[in-house]
Design a protein around this ligand. Structure first.
Ligand SMILES: NC(=O)C1=CN([C@@H]2O[C@H](COP(=O)(O)OP(=O)(O)OC[C@H]3O[C@@H](n4cnc5c(N)ncnc54)[C@H](OP(=O)(O)O)[C@@H]3O)[C@@H](O)[C@H]2O)C=CC1
Ligand SMILES: O=C(O)CCC(=O)C(=O)O
Length: 453
């Protein structure tokens, strides 16, 4: 990776030599540092205060053994992580991922992204992320509960409502948050807002379940209006994923006048020219935790395709708006070219880092509106911060109140990103704008607090 600034080059080279095997982490750092070239050139005090070398190094990494007993009485061992990346603007905040692909590189990339995303929300939350290589697929409710209790038995020592507030991510939804919350309470004898995404009967916020997907569409709508003078109305939408983010992005895309025609899971994908049936999708994925073959079996208009390596999957479908909502690096340069050839107008990221660097470059070069994850999917964590506010004041807000605040935050992110980009002569660049706007607030807070970490 080549930088114009010798300061950025020195920091990146050092980071690369210390973390050579952490590909996802280095990818996320490279993208942010590239955007910061003009900021570093204009602000020599960043080097004086060592801001770049400090911001790429987590304040704390906790790695631990998670031992639990399966339904056959056999002891299983997994690896747990919590990366507390940056607390300059608030308590560490970010989700927990349960997936066999989880390793330190994945958790560090997610935690690093979370710093800037959380800053963009304008709310007082620092960056963190955690998880485990535990695979929830095929496990019974009791196995999930025993794993979550074992995981929280260690995590509890490191978190707190004013210290670090985890939430959900891939493989962690309401069921897992409930089990973890119960264990935290048992160990600490304390009813407090230490996790978000809680159930509505014990401190959860209305609209948190919907927030990431809804927020993604609010962001996309505002970016389309501001940069292309258009909106969702009458547009065909391709969505990947079939989990929390994808489901509520599909629901909101309909409400805004779009027609979502695809979704996918880890084994296959659906093309439904009549439009995805959201209620059926929820039933199959949220309630039954089944495969998308069940969706296709119940829906005559739907085509089911097995996932095949090297094929474009949902990105082969002609669409106006593409919303990747599954996982990192799921949209590569070839997929981007396919979308461009099919006339795509906008790609906005619901998942974290779903597009490869080459895909982003191709899309931007072709003039496609590109909304980066840390801005476009910030609605989830923003609403988590609203849940923290409600927990602190021991009150509940209505769905409409939370949704209105979410809309305000997402439209604000578009404009703050555009303003930050324009300040450095990068008009219309939502990637650079998000990185710069997110960074400037955190850097300012780090300088104000001295060399504290
Ligand atoms: N939940 C939230 O509030 C937020 C989530 N995100 C990001 O959004 C993305 C999706 O998260 P979320 O919807 O919560 O997670 P879920 O676990 O609810 O859903 C994930 C979906 O993606 C699919 N998927 C996961 N891994 C792969 C893979 N390697 N290949 C293909 N498909 C895969 C899953 O398939 P299957 O059903 O087969 O498991 C599932 O359909 C992640 O990148 C997450 O970090 C970002 C901001 C907030
Ligand atoms: O709601 C949260 O705290 C975390 C959401 C999250 O993990 C993310 O934004 O990627």
């Amino acid at each position: 990776m080549k930088f114009e600034s010798s300061y950025l080059q020195r920091v990146y080279d050092g980071l690369e030599s210390r973390n050579a095997e952490q590909k996802e982490f280095l990818q996320a750092v490279a993208e942010v540092l590239e955007s910061l070239e003009p900021v570093v050139a204009a602000n020599p005090e960043l080097e004086r205060w060592g801001i770049i070398e400090r911001i790429v190094e987590p304040e704390r990494i906790i790695q631990f053994r998670v031992s639990w007993v399966d339904d056959n009485g056999k002891v299983q061992v997994n690896r747990g992580y919590r990366v507390q990346f940056n607390s300059a603007i608030g308590p560490y905040k970010g989700g927990l991922r349960l997936h066999p692909s989880v390793n330190l590189s994945v958790i560090k990339f997610l935690g690093f992204e979370q710093i800037f995303k959380n800053s963009l929300t304008t709310l007082p939350i620092g960056g963190g992320k955690g998880g485990s290589d535990f695979d929830p697929k095929g496990k019974s409710d009791m196995e999930i509960m025993r794993f979550c209790q074992a995981f929280m038995t260690e995590l509890e020592k490191h978190i707190g409502a004013d210290t670090d507030v985890p939430a959900g991510d891939i493989g962690v939804g309401g069921r897992e948050i409930g089990f973890m919350y119960g264990q935290y309470k048992r160990l600490r004898n304390e009813f407090t807002g230490v996790l978000t995404g809680k159930g509505l009967t014990y401190g959860g916020s209305l609209a948190r379940t919907e927030a990431t997907g809804y927020g993604l569409c609010y962001y996309t709508q505002e970016a389309l209006k501001s940069l292309r003078n258009t909106d969702f109305n009458g547009k065909t939408v391709a969505v990947s994923g079939a989990g929390n983010v994808a489901i509520y992005a599909i629901q909101k895309a309909y409400q805004l006048g779009g027609k979502p025609v695809t979704c996918s899971d880890s084994t296959g994908w659906i093309y439904d020219p009549e439009g995805i049936d959201v209620d059926l999708l929820k039933e199959v994925k949220e309630v039954k935790r089944a495969r998308l073959t069940e969706y296709a079996a119940a829906r005559p208009s739907a085509e089911y395709h097995e996932k095949k390596n090297g094929e474009h999957g949902v990105w082969s479908v002609k669409c106006d708006i593409a919303l990747p909502c599954a996982t990192q690096n799921e949209l590569d340069e070839n997929d981007a070219k396919m979308l461009i050839d099919n006339g795509v107008l906008a790609v906005c990221e619901g998942a974290n880092m779903p597009s490869t660097p080459a895909a982003i470059e191709a899309l931007k070069k072709a003039g496609v509106l590109f909304g980066p994850a840390k801005a476009a999917n910030a609605g989830g964590v923003a609403t988590s911060a609203l849940e923290m506010s409600q927990n602190s004041e021991r009150l509940h807000w209505t769905f409409e109140e939370v949704d209105e605040k979410l809309q305000h935050i997402m439209t604000g992110i578009v404009h703050n990103s555009l303003d930050a980009a324009a300040k450095y002569g990068l008009d219309g660049d939502l990637v650079a704008g998000a990185n710069i706007a997110g960074f400037e607030k955190v850097a300012d807070a780090m300088i104000a607090q001295g060399v504290a970490y």
